[in-house]
Structures are given as C-alpha cells and as structure tokens.
Design a protein around this ligand. Structure first.
Ligand code: NDP
Length: 385
C-alpha cells in the first residue's frame, strides 16, 4: 500500500488523482490533502478517503474547515506554512497540483523530504527548476512528470543514452483560437478562452493553452527535465491531442506516446510507476480517429512561444519573470481587466524592463517573482480596458 499526499486536491488534476486513488482503496492510503479555500470539496474528499490531515492555504478558511471536519478525527490546519508542512508529510507519493508559483515552497519541501514527487504544477519548475533538481539529487527523491507531454516523453526517452536522441517534439493542441485571425482574437472573452477543445482543466492553464504560453512553459519544463539541448526541443501543433509528444532518435526511429485526452492516463502512469495500473478510460479507437494532423505554430498570433524560448535561452531570472508576469496577466484577463492579446504584451513589457541578476537561492527566486508581479501589476493598471 502506498501512502499519498495531494497538494491542490480540489483542482482539476487533484480531482483526477483522487478519482484513481478512490478506485483502488486497497492500494493507497491518503495522508494529507490540501486546497486554497474550497472547504466543501476538500472536506468531502478528506472524509471519503479517510485522510489524516486536510489543509487550506487561506487561513481565513480554516474555521469553516474545522466545522466541516468536526467529529471525523481528521486533523485540520491552515496557512501557507501548513501547506508546506503537509508537503513534508513523508508520504511515499506526493502529487504537486497547486496552480502557479504558489506551489514552489510546497514542491521544494516535498522534494527535500524524498519519496516520489509528481510534478503537474509546472510553474515552480519554470521559475526554480535548477533548485528543485538539486534538492531531488540531495534527498534522493524521484521526480515524475504528470504533464501529459512530459509524461509521454518520459515514457519514450532513454535518459541514460542521451547521445541517441536527435530531438524532442512537444505537441500542442493549438487551443481554441488555433484558426482565428489576430483581429478576432482581440475580442476573446474569458469564457471563450477557458473552453478548451480537447482537455478539461483549471482556468489558468486553459488560458495558457489558448495563448500557447502553456506550451512555452512546457518548453522550459522539458529543458529542465530532459538531457537535450534547448534547440533540440521543438513544438508542433497537433489539433487532435492524441499524440502527446515524441522523441526522435539519430537512427530515424521516432517514438510517440498516444492516449485519450484525460489526465488520468499520465497520472495513473505516475501512481503505479514503474508498474502499470488499470484506468476507466476506453482504449483509443484509431480507426474512428482516422487521421492525425500536425502544423507549425504561428509565431505572429502566438508570441508567447517566442517569449518563452528567449527566456529559456537567456536563463538566469528570465523564466521566473516570464512566469510571474504571465500569472498576473492571466488573472487580470480572467477578471476582465485586460484584453486577451495583452497577456503576452504585459509579459513582454515586464521582461523588457526588469533584468535582475540570476537567482541563486529559493529566496532569490521568490524575490524576483514578487518584483516581477509588482511590475506586471503596474503594467496591468496602465492597460485597463
Ligand atoms: P486548478 O485551478 O483546477 O486547481 C488548483 C489547485 O490549487 C486547487 O486545489 C486550489 O485550491 C489550489 N490552490 C490555488 N491557489 C493556491 C494557493 N495560493 N496555495 C495553495 N493552493 C492553492 O488547477 P489545475 O488542476 O488545472 O492545474 C494545477 C497545476 O497542474 C497547474 O500548475 C497546471 O499548469 C498543471 N497542469 C494541469 C493540467 C490539467 O489538466 N488541469 C495538465 C497539466 C498540468 P482551491 O480549489 O481551494 O482554490
């Protein structure tokens, strides 16, 4: 039996993880579940799974959590530090599914504690990838990628023989505006942006998928996780989201992982690794799918891709600035404060004006993140529609 902690248990990835765990109660025991403030969902999941501990990051939500758990014997705690403590619960398997850089501290704590840490939460890897990898090396933690593309690459790539790899190809659905003109994209609403054609996900990553910033963050994530030069990571638009990514080898063999567009597939791979576990998903019907299309992404309509590649190549603080400014701009767009095309513009502006030295410690990264957020927030104020 594996002990499990889920950071971000009430979100899209967290809920998919719980679904798999609850289908195999003899294989998993839940130690801790965390959320920001969705008390109803958190308490219900904690009671169903008989978790030991439930944590809300927002301390103001702790009294409601205590009320909801009264008489159950499940401990409740609150605040950002309490989430970090839950991350250090010493579970065999920890899912990092908090959204944004809010997951950085908890991810670092989980990695430093050891065990298996599953990375869905990509923003910490973008902002502080080197520190997370160094912490894993020091603690002996096993890092497994749950992001469908990186999980696909992980399944296809022999990391012990990097000399045999020619390139990694990350596939992108292209999002809901793949075929829209720039003129039409100007008036995109939050509701349109979160309606992803193939995947059901949280609001932030859905907007990132629509701007293709998600693929930019994934480019940086792939560079952190896999032993290939930056230039050997390519992005191809694949609207059907059936091929989740590919590894091309020097002998001409290209290996791909295919599967349904459901996060339970890569999460199940991480839950059972190195074994396999059954999932409720129907196998792909290749004849019904019929065809697979691939296109080059359009750099004019989707400038986020270029911004991310430049940040990756420049290194230092650039990826952390890119990520922080994007989080601010996406939140402003979702709150109807700026237009869709202004998301990438605010990220570009922030990168243009802020150029601190490379961060060396977690505190340095957090300081860069905070200052980039402050500057991006100023840019949002300048641009309010
Ligand atoms: P959601 O928005 O659906 O869920 C986010 C989770 O994080 C919720 O449990 C939320 O709690 C919690 N949370 C939010 N803010 C904080 C905070 N400040 N401190 C602690 N916890 C917080 O996100 P997703 O599940 O879509 O995505 C999670 C991560 O996984 C992201 O980094 C995303 O990029 C990545 N990812 C997601 C995929 C998907 O299919 N959704 C696919 C691949 C990667 P509450 O509910 O209380 O607000």
């Amino acid at each position: 039996m594996k002990t499990v902690t889920i950071l971000g248990a009430t979100g899209s990835v967290g809920t998919s993880t719980l679904d798999l765990i609850e289908r195999a109660p003899e294989d998993f025991r839940v130690v801790a579940l965390t959320a920001n403030c969705d008390v109803a969902r958190l308490a219900a999941a904690a009671i169903r799974t008989r978790a030991e501990l439930a944590v809300v990051a927002d301390e103001a939500c702790l009294p409601a959590l205590r009320d909801a758990l009264r008489g159950t014997g499940i401990r409740a705690s609150g605040g950002a530090k309490a989430v970090e403590t839950a991350a250090e619960s010493g579970a065999d398997w920890t899912m990092g599914a908090i959204v944004g850089c809010a997951g950085l501290g908890p991810t670092m704590r989980a990695v430093a504690t050891g065990g298996t840490v599953v990375l869905a939460n990509k923003e910490p890897l973008v902002s502080a990838g080197d520190l997370i990898l160094a912490a894993a090396k020091a603690s002996g933690a096993t890092l497994l990628p749950a992001d469908s593309e990186h999980n696909a690459i992980f399944q296809c790539l022999d990391a012990a023989r990097p000399e045999g790899i020619r390139r990694i190809i990350l596939t992108a659905s292209g999002g809901p505006f793949r075929t829209w003109s720039l003129e039409r994209m100007r008036d995109v609403t939050p509701a349109q942006a979160v309606a992803h054609p193939n995947w059901s996900m949280g609001a932030k990553i859905s907007v990132d998928s629509a701007t293709l910033m998600n693929k930019g963050l994934e480019l940086i994530e792939a560079a952190r996780l896999f032993p290939v030069p930056h230039a050997a990571i390519e992005i191809v638009v694949h609207p059907q989201s059936v091929v989740h990514s590919l590894v091309d080898h020097i002998d001409g063999s290209m290996l791909a992982q295919l599967g349904p567009s459901d996060m339970r597939v890569p999460i199940a791979h991480c839950l059972a690794y190195p074994e396999r576990m059954a999932t409720p998903m129907q196998p792909l019907d290749l004849v019904a799918i019929g065809r697979l299309d691939f296109e080059t992404p359009d750099p004019i309509r989707f400038p986020a891709l270029r911004l991310a590649r430049e940040a990756l190549d420049a290194g230092g603080a650039r990826p952390a600035i890119l990520n922080a400014a994007n989080e601010v701009a996406v939140a402003a767009f979702l709150a109807n404060r700026i237009g869709f095309l202004e998301i990438a513009a605010i990220v570009a502006d922030t990168l243009d004006r802020y150029d601190p030295p490379a961060p060396a410690t977690l505190d340095d990264v957090l300081a860069v993140d905070a200052e980039a957020r402050r500057q991006a927030t100023e840019r949002v104020k300048d641009r309010v529609v």
